[in-house]
Design a protein around this ligand. Structure first.
Ligand SMILES: [Zn+2]
Length: 87
């Protein structure tokens, strides 16, 4: 029986599933999340993990380069519904 994760749920405690979510990186200067607007899933990240992405950072106004493998999927605290099993 699955329940919705409470707000602030730690991503590391969630089992990885093939859930779509937004690819997010961490600004190395401000340690804040940079949203990419790219919807992806873990499988896509695995396939493109060595690709480099350049982002204009909204926090420090610099352009950062990230490997895809440095990002993560932001789907745990947003409105994306989990694969809840309704009995
Ligand atoms: Zn930045």
């Amino acid at each position: 029986m699955l329940r919705h994760a409470p707000a602030g749920y730690n991503a590391q405690t969630i089992q990885w599933r093939s859930v779509m979510g937004e690819l997010v990186f961490l600004c190395p200067r401000t340690a804040r999340e940079i949203e990419t607007g790219i919807n992806t899933d873990r499988g896509s990240i695995a396939r493109t993990r060595r690709r480099t992405i350049y982002l204009d950072c909204p926090h420090c106004q610099e352009t950062h380069s990230f490997k895809v493998s440095q990002g993560w999927i932001d789907n745990y605290a947003r409105s994306v519904p989990a694969l809840a099993e309704t009995a």
